[in-house]
Design a protein around this ligand. Structure first.
Ligand code: FAD
Length: 467
């Protein structure tokens, strides 16, 4: 048994542009890639059912890519520190390298691992594999975290120029004998019932699927992205979010693939929203459960299980909301415009808390990502950094008419709407004959809008009273 490097893979499930892997390979010693399944270390946010399905496929793809490169993937279950210590004892490894994560619980885990292993003389180090800039280093002129998107975005466009991503290291030295690995099925990531069949035909998890999506996007969709990105009926966006979440592709690779493309501006700004989410999560780690704007802790949210269930099932009677929720259930994603509409309906018409919405998205999205989900739910609810003001309330009927004018998107997910003409497809309760098999709206849009404004005012009055 000799020295070697454990490559602890986390949310960087790829071989290209993997700085931890390159550093490990550069040592010239055996490299032992490891994935440790430890959902109890996720600080109350273990991957949801859709994410687990994706993770299974992604690990399978990583395992076969490593095999093709003369290596292997060692799978373990348990706390990361215990698993790494056991592997160090089994292999004689003298270094552990990993790609950094930015979720508060994941940061705490790697912090403890770094301290403990270094005390034992192990070279333990994290590398940036997920972001364009380190949140702890990318600060405003006052040396503080950004809380407004536009200056953050401008600073990033001005100062960030990541080096060209490197390919797969030419040689990955294998150890004389491999430590024991659990079979992938032992992680029990795949759901028992086969509700994921549609997801399986929609997606190709893994590095190759991610590279193929990026290529297709740049060649076929980028030029009309700015106009098409808001239209849920067409495939106008990249579909890269789950691949980015699991690190099957990194933002440096995306950035470089767009270099020299004239029409990349709108797309880069979205990629920078993703960075902004990580920036906020790093600097304000309480925000997955608490509003960044503290006064919103006093908001009089309702607790109404029936309303929540109808929203989750896509049975509110409001087509844009229901189509989105049904798309989410079937495919594991929802178009961004529709996420905003469905989210706004939950918090501003049903008056249910954004935390309820975030939890449901967490379980059902294949791209569920603590940074992006938190940023966006707080944006929708008006309680986050640079958020839409609470009193600006989306009207889902007008949104539908504007962004899905022919009703193509809502009809795709709600078949009874086939009988309703284009004019009333977003307000079928106004049609001459109500569509069979689709519920009437659970609530009146203008009354509930009024109730939301009153609730907002009540919160402001309470805050003023306290002050
Ligand atoms: P594209 O339009 O092709 O954009 C390219 C990339 O930019 C995306 O892959 C994503 O990484 C990033 N991006 C785009 N829009 C946003 C945004 N608004 N915020 C942050 N990053 C963005 N995205 C997630 O990845 N995970 C989540 O859990 C998540 N939850 C959301 C919850 C709500 C309520 C809302 C309104 C949005 C949420 N988003 C989330 C953001 C956005 O909807 C998705 O990133 C986007 O729909 C993914 O599709 P795409 O890859 O085709 O995006």
């Amino acid at each position: 048994m000799g020295a070697g490097t454990l490559l602890w893979l986390r949310q960087d499930l790829r071989l290209r542009d993997n700085t931890a892997l390159r550093a490990a390979a550069a040592r010239g010693l055996p490299v032992i890639p490891v994935y440790i399944w430890s959902p109890e270390e996720e600080g109350g946010w273990p991957p949801g059912a859709a994410s687990r399905w994706w993770l299974h496929q992604s690990l399978q793809s990583l395992e076969s890519a490593l095999k093709q490169n003369g290596s292997a993937l060692i799978l373990r279950v348990g706390t990361a520190l215990d698993a790494l210590c056991a592997l160090i004892a089994e292999t004689g490894a003298d270094a552990v390298y990993w790609g950094r994560r930015y979720e508060p619980a994941a940061q705490a885990v790697s912090h403890e691992i770094r301290q403990t292993l270094r005390q034992r003389g192990i070279d333990a180090r994290g590398f940036n594999n997920s972001l364009l800039a380190e949140p702890s280093e990318f600060l405003n002129q006052a040396g503080k975290p950004y809380q407004v998107y536009t200056p953050f975005m401008r600073a990033m466009l001005k100062s960030v120029d990541p080096p060209a991503p490197e390919g797969i290291p030419r040689t990955l030295k294998a150890p004389k004998s491999w430590p024991v690995s659990l079979p992938l099925d032992a992680l029990e990531l795949t759901p028992k019932s086969r509700w994921y069949t549609r997801m399986a035909t929609t997606w190709r998890p893994g590095e190759e699927g991610a590279m193929a999506r990026l290529k297709k996007f740049v060649s076929a969709r980028l030029s009309r992205y700015q106009r098409a990105r808001d239209l849920p009926a067409i495939a106008g966006t990249s579909g890269l979010s789950p691949h980015l979440h699991f690190g099957e592709i990194g933002p440096r690779q995306v950035w470089h693939a767009l270099k020299g493309e004239r029409q990349r501006g709108a797309f880069l700004r979205e990629l920078i929203w993703r960075e902004f989410g990580y920036h906020l999560l790093h600097h304000f780690p309480r925000t997955p459960t608490e509003p960044l704007r503290e006064e919103f802790a006093l908001f009089p949210w309702r607790r109404q299980l029936q309303g929540l269930a109808s929203w989750q099932r896509g049975e509110t009677g409001i087509p844009m909301v229901d189509a989105g929720m049904r798309e989410l259930w079937a495919t594991g994603v929802m178009h961004n415009r529709v996420r905003m509409i469905a989210g706004s309906f939950l918090v501003k018409n049903l008056l249910l808390s954004w935390q309820e919405g975030a939890r449901w998205f967490w379980d059902t999205l294949v791209d569920a990502d603590l940074a992006s989900n938190t940023l966006n739910w707080q944006w929708v609810a008006g309680c986050g950094a640079d958020a839409a003001p609470y009193f600006r309330i989306f009207n889902p009927v007008l949104q539908g008419r504007r962004f899905d004018p022919a009703g193509e998107y809502v009809r795709r997910w709600i078949s009874p709407l086939a009988s309703v003409d284009d004019k009333q497809v977003h307000s079928p309760w106004l049609a001459a004959a109500a569509p069979k098999g689709y519920p009437a709206p659970r609530i009146d849009l203008s009354e509930s809008r009024q109730a939301a404004l009153e609730a907002y005012q009540a919160m402001r009055d309470e805050v003023a009273g306290i002050r």
